[in-house]
Every structure is written in structure tokens, then in C-alpha cells.
Design a protein around this ligand. Structure first.
Ligand code: GLY
Length: 390
């Protein structure tokens, strides 16, 4: 028995010594990122940003697309780690492309667009040139708040198109970061109040007993009552769409960091425990935790990256040391899988995106098993958080 244990320990030690160190892994990923994103830049015009791959070619978007902030955001992250002046110039140029989007709230996505671009520009450089658009965008987002509902409206889909009157999606938790950030910058309390009210309303209405979340909750804007709970991008109204769960985890973790409200930490820990319990062994979720094709269902690298970044942050915030270890171990596994050959592109391939295999909207037959800018963004963020640079 003793002999076997000794053999096992030797084998484990040998395996561990073969494993690439986290520092080497991070160096490798950022080297690929710097090269891919610099090459990506050559394919863009003054008004376009990368979106995904379609028919083996790069598909770009204009700055009105909800993901327009992620490419400049990733460039800021690459700059943060490498200090490369050329990358910084690209980050500045691509941040400015979305300026007009910071001035009006077409949807709740003004939070994603502004916080990832201008928000990072300001946080990383400290240059006040980038400050005012963050405040402007937060005020624009606040106009979408309805006090009867206690939430900001996500989409403007008309009742005719979707039978919704005031749709709020779990993704919207992410946009509260813009309100909290602007509150710190300009001191307007109503921005913080709106963020907290939205987070409280979402705890009340979006979560099931097991802490999985519905994607969409539609409200009556007159009296704030819940009209329906359903999905738009998940497998079914009752399923757990992977990215939605990841947005919820990240959103409540961020809201606890920003507000210190214990209810948000508790919510994030419940969500984390639900998610960790349902992950496949390599840590990258299927596109929907209830997809009927599992184990042959597609994975969603973007959900894995968002979750990893959130879990690293949560591990720093929780007082429960055992839970912190579990969050960190899960995030490390996710990051290693994403940095492996199944997900990480070789330089020059993947139309210069970093990660392969994300799912935008499978029911909408849009962006299925492709690279997506937000998968890259949250993957880089997770690595920077692991290193303590964020
Ligand atoms: N917020 C849209 C998405 O996660 O697809």
C-alpha cells in the first residue's frame, strides 16, 4: 500500500512539474493576444470593430452593436500587461470609435459599450480625457429606469414584435457597473440608488429556488408586476442558459465589490455553488446547462471566460476560505482549458480572434460555435485578475 502511495505521489509530482506555470501560460496568451489584435487592426476601418467570423471571414460591426466596447477593452487589457505603446494607440483609437454610443442609450448595452472602452481607458491610464463619457453614459442609462418596476429596461423590442412591455434580462446586471463607476466619479447618488434597486428587483424576480436564473423577466411598466419569465437565447424558458448564469454571477460579485451589500455576496455565492455543481470536468459550460444534446452539445467559451473572471473576484471577496479555494480552483481550470489547443487560436488563424467556440444565440441561429469579442475580453480579464493586475 505504502509503495503504491509513493508511486502515486511521484507520478503526481512529475505531472505537476510538467504543467506550464501560470506565469508562462499568461505570457504565452498575451503574446498571442498582442499579435492577433495588432493584425486584426489592419482589417478595420475608421468606423468598424470586430464582431465574429462568418463563412471563414472576419465579420465586423459598426459602433452601435452591443459588443463594440469589447475590442477596445481587450486592447486596454493587452496594454496593461505589455505596456506596448502601439497597442495603446490602437486602444485609444478604437475607444474613440464608440464615443457617440456613450451619449445615448439605445438599450441597456450602453453599460457594456462604455465601461469596457472608456471605463478601462480611464481606470488604466488615469487620464481625465476619458472620464466625462462615463458619466454621460451613466446618466443616459439612468433614463431607462422605471421606478414602478424598480429596474432599467433592457431592450426596446416592441410589444408587437415580442409580446414584451418592459423586458429586463439577467445580462443587465453587468450594466450596473457603469452606474456604480459614474457614481464614484461624479457623486450623483441617484445613479447608485438605481443600480442597487435594479439588483434588488433582480434578486426578487429573476432567480429560481436553485439559484439558476431566467433570461428575460417582462414587467408591466404601469404597476411593476411580472408579466412573464422566459428565454430569448437559451434552450427553453425553464432551462439555464449558460451565459445568463455567468452574467448573474459576475453581476452580483461586482455589485458586492462596489456596494458592500452582503445580500449581493450571498447571491453570488449561491449562484457560484449552483454553477460549479453543473460544470463539465474541463470547466467550460455547454451553451445551455439543460441542452438536450449534452454531452454532445456545443460549449460556450464566452460563458467559461466570464465565469472564470467572476470566480477569481469572488474568491477575493468571500470570507469563507474553503469556498474561496473552490472558486479559484474552478477558475484556474477554466483558464487552463481556454488556454489550451481546443480553444486558443494559433497566431494568424481564427481571423485574429483569440478564442474559438462561443455561442451567441443558438435559437436565433446567430453566431454559433464562433469567436466572439467578449469571450476574448473576459479571458484576458481573468488572467489579469489571477495575476493581481486587476
Ligand atoms: N447580452 C447579450 C448576450 O449575452 O448574448
Amino acid at each position: 500500500m505504502k509503495k503504491y502511495l509513493l508511486l502515486l505521489a511521484t507520478a503526481v509530482a512529475a505531472l505537476l512539474s510538467c504543467q506550464e506555470s501560470e506565469k508562462a501560460l499568461t505570457d504565452r496568451v498575451f503574446a498571442v493576444a498582442a499579435r492577433q489584435y495588432a493584425d486584426m487592426e489592419a482589417s478595420l476601418s475608421e468606423t468598424t470593430l470586430p464582431r465574429t467570423i462568418e463563412a471563414d471571414t472576419l465579420r465586423t460591426s459598426n459602433p452601435t452593436w452591443w459588443c463594440a466596447g469589447f475590442y477596445p477593452g481587450s486592447l486596454w487589457y493587452i496594454y496593461l500587461r505589455t505596456g506596448d505603446g502601439n497597442i495603446r494607440a490602437m486602444a485609444e483609437k478604437n475607444t474613440r470609435k464608440v464615443y457617440a454610443e456613450t451619449q445615448k442609450a439605445r438599450s441597456h448595452d450602453i453599460g457594456f459599450v462604455t465601461n469596457c472602452s472608456y471605463g478601462n481607458a480611464f481606470r488604466i491610464t488615469g487620464d481625465t480625457t476619458w472620464r466625462q463619457p462615463i458619466i454621460d453614459a451613466a446618466h443616459a442609462l439612468a433614463t431607462r429606469f422605471n421606478p414602478n418596476v424598480g429596474a432599467t429596461r433592457s431592450w426596446n423590442f416592441s410589444a408587437k414584435r415580442k409580446k414584451w412591455l418592459f423586458p429586463v434580462i439577467i445580462d443587465n446586471m453587468m450594466n450596473l457597473e457603469l452606474l456604480m463607476e459614474a457614481h464614484k466619479l461624479c457623486g450623483v447618488d441617484s445613479l447608485r440608488d438605481i443600480a442597487l434597486t435594479h439588483a434588488n428587483t433582480t434578486i426578487k424576480n429573476h432567480f429560481r429556488d436553485d439559484y439558476s436564473t431566467w433570461h428575460v423577466v417582462d414587467y408591466d411598466p404601469e404597476d411593476g408586476s411580472v408579466r412573464m419569465k422566459c428565454t430569448h437565447q437559451g434552450y427553453s424558458d425553464d432551462s439555464a442558459w449558460a451565459r445568463g448564469q455567468a452574467w448573474g454571477l459576475y453581476g452580483y460579485t461586482m455589485m458586492y465589490r462596489e456596494s458592500g451589500e452582503k445580500a449581493y455576496l450571498d447571491q453570488a455565492e449561491h449562484i457560484a455553488s449552483y454553477l460549479i455543481g453543473r460544470l463539465p470536468s474541463d470547466g467550460i459550460p455547454y451553451w445551455d446547462f439543460d441542452a438536450p444534446e449534452i454531452p454532445d452539445a456545443l460549449r460556450d467559451a464566452s460563458a467559461g471566460a466570464i465565469m472564470a473572471s467572476a470566480l477569481i473576484e469572488l474568491s477575493r471577496l468571500t470570507a469563507d476560505r474553503n469556498a474561496a479555494k473552490k472558486y479559484l480552483a474552478t477558475a484556474r481550470k477554466q483558464v487552463r482549458t481556454l488556454a489550451g489547443p481546443d480553444y486558443l487560436a494559433e497566431p494568424g488563424e481564427n481571423c485574429h480572434f483569440l478564442l474559438k467556440h462561443s455561442v451567441g444565440s443558438l435559437p436565433g441561429k446567430s453566431e454559433v460555435d464562433v469567436p466572439l469579442t467578449y469571450a476574448d475580453y473576459y479571458f484576458l480579464e481573468a488572467l489579469l485578475r489571477l495575476e493581481g493586475k486587476l
